[in-house]
Design a protein around this ligand. Sequence first.
Ligand code: MTE
Ligand code: HPA
Ligand code: MOS
Length: 789
Amino acid sequence: MDQILQKPLRMKDVAWVQVGAGQSHESARLHVSGRANYTDDIPELQGTLHAALGLSPVAAGKIDSIDLAMLKSMPGVVDIVLASDIPGVNDCGPILHDDPILAADQVQYLGQPVFVAIATTRNAARRAAFLARKAITITPSEPVLTARDAHRLGQYVVPPMKLSRGDAESELGRAKHRLDGVISVGGQEQFYLEGQIAYASPADDGGIKVWSSTQHPTEMQLVISHSLGISANKVHVECRRMGGGFGGKESQSALPASVAAICANKLNSPVKLRYDRDDDFMVTGRRHGFEYDYSVGFDDEGRILAAQIDMITNAGFSADLSAPVMTRALCHFDNAYWLPHVLIKGFCAKTNTQSNTAFRGFGGPQGALAMEIIIDKIARHLGRDAIDVRKVNFYGIGRNNVTPYQQAVTDNVIHQLSDDLLESSNYRARRKTTAEFNRTSPILKKGLAFSPVKFGISFNVTHFNQAGALVHVYMDGSVLVNHGGTEMGQGLNTKVAQVVAQELGVDVKNVRCTATDTQKVANTSATAASTGADLNGKAAQDAARQIRNRLLQFAVDHFGCSIEDVMLQNDMVYAGDQELPFGEFVMLAYRARIQLWSDGFYTTPGLHWDPATMSGRPFYYFAYGAAVSEVLIDTLTGEWMLLRADILHDAGKSLNPAIDVGQVEGAFVQGMGWLTNEELVWHPKTGALLTHAPSTYKIPTANDVPTEFHTRLFRNESAVDSIFRSKAVGEPPLLLPFSVWLAICDAISSVGDHKIQPPLRAPATAEAILTAVEQVKKASADIGALPPR
Ligand code: MTE
Ligand code: HPA
Ligand code: MOS
């Protein structure tokens, strides 16, 4: 008896954490050994046919005819599907209905899907689709290809937006210093390793099952139901995992999903559609490139008194998610700074290019980058260290803390976080050594920069902030959880399993997450806006807690102890002086007819947003971070490298520090690619995307990761009741590599002794760096010999 009593007491005292531990990703072993199943790995059903898209060869025009006979005569071709074959609505737009699945009478960009070739093999389908140029006759019209051109024409996908506070115009006139300028920032391809894919199979009773690589199974279900003209309860969408989404599969998985479903429905056969990389580039949109016109007024210390900015983005041919992307851009222009008077306008220009969409950060990076570039210019103008200008502008604590959209910043940690990072990165001393290096190095130049991040967490469309989950405890004590979120590599399933394990007192190894499935949890939101773990973690916690409460009550009834004496922990159940394994206890509960499964639901509290006045509380809380980057550039070639990066990022009380550090470092490198190597080029006349493959579009590789890469998570707890006081981590760190671009700019600026604003564009490709260096050199020569600094 003594022994029995002592053992549980000792075990009970062991800190039992499933949440907060750095477990590896639930599929890590499968990922690295090639055993993780993606949509294309699903064993094919008998009779599976393959689809390929026939793409418009011109950017704008009227479709005159399509040579069906020629296409159908191609070997292996079973059928050709056109817009007129769509039984329901020919639209896959997520918000507005301006996104045809297949072009009907007009084409709106080069690469727009016009027909589907269905064949017995994928290669046969692709060969037929490749004949698009010959098969489609189009009367072309003049395309509008750039955001600036469309803006001049007043051509937008949604009405212009405005976010303002105070009177920026008059305050600009009163400010002692004023700078005006333009900035240009390019777009970015998601470059998920697994391209867009969907596989559809007809079910009985007019239903359909679709396996889709999507961040938004519910949206796929709805789009398919509309396009087939059937009710949502006949459409079943499933996604086990994606090989990356990065926002690219939030809305734009709808085209392949509905095409596969339409073809499967028409031919009564399973049909798979997998884009190859070039088609993925040509068909889908990406991160919105932005153009900015700004004016800023400030005092001698660089304190911003008023700012005015027009943000003009290339939305592409349709609205897609451009309106919420622009809203997030407007709401992130402030970044970490208090702006007393501000006027921000947003224009979503309609052009004849792919329709741009979500990409990690969702407009937030584009909004905040403009501010960081402006602050840097202020610092250079005043001859002050940019860090000091940043600090005088930071949101205050308890004062100067209201954003332009009227949400108070009540969880501000940017002051402590910045000081901590500046200290650990040895910023001030390295400023001096960098200047020293540049004095004695005529060709190679170093640059150093710090940049902060404040990122709002929640969907900026209030009603999306909801989630559901189902938790099943089986008779053997093993646990299954299903929730509305999708796994795209970010570790959401691992985190949700940790939450359930924590609540039930079992080891996370006994908790399994299954494929996202519209027949399990209904009416889900996209896994996006970094809210996956916040929303689905809370919903799963709700479900697990209901089961836990029933189990606790059962233990009280069964063992006759008080509820305070019952504990679920260590895969064991402790009840008074009794202890037994969780599995055995669960079997007892089952025999006592206790419900061992439950649903859970969560909505984020306290959110509201008025799109008419652009004000409210769109975000539950803010995530913070900062980075210091040091680069080396070659002023003769424009080549550069990142020598060192120091990151301090706020993930609240991290659910899983191992996964969160991975998210921070991955986002940093991905954002660095956006701002440096990754350049999109469209032919200025035809509108053909020329950079449509890895041969011409360069994403960063392992070689671009700096040898000195110091990543730390900031010790913090969320100020609000987020899941275990953690903070969302998926998108905010994408803004950390602003410091890389700013450091490159700093290095270029040293060529003109920091007296000239380098006219550097983003992405800072070698070509852009070299051009900026040449311009700085020329401008310094023009103003004469510069005294040494
Ligand atoms: N991490 C990986 N490995 N793959 C991805 O596709 N997408 C990012 C981010 N991290 C992504 C990722 C984006 S755009 C978002 S919104 C979040 O993950 C979504 O997941 P979460 O909300 O569960 O963090
Ligand atoms: N992020 C991602 N997707 C969205 C958002 C957002 O803020 N709002 C609406 N859809
Ligand atoms: Mo992320 S861009 O919200 O999918």
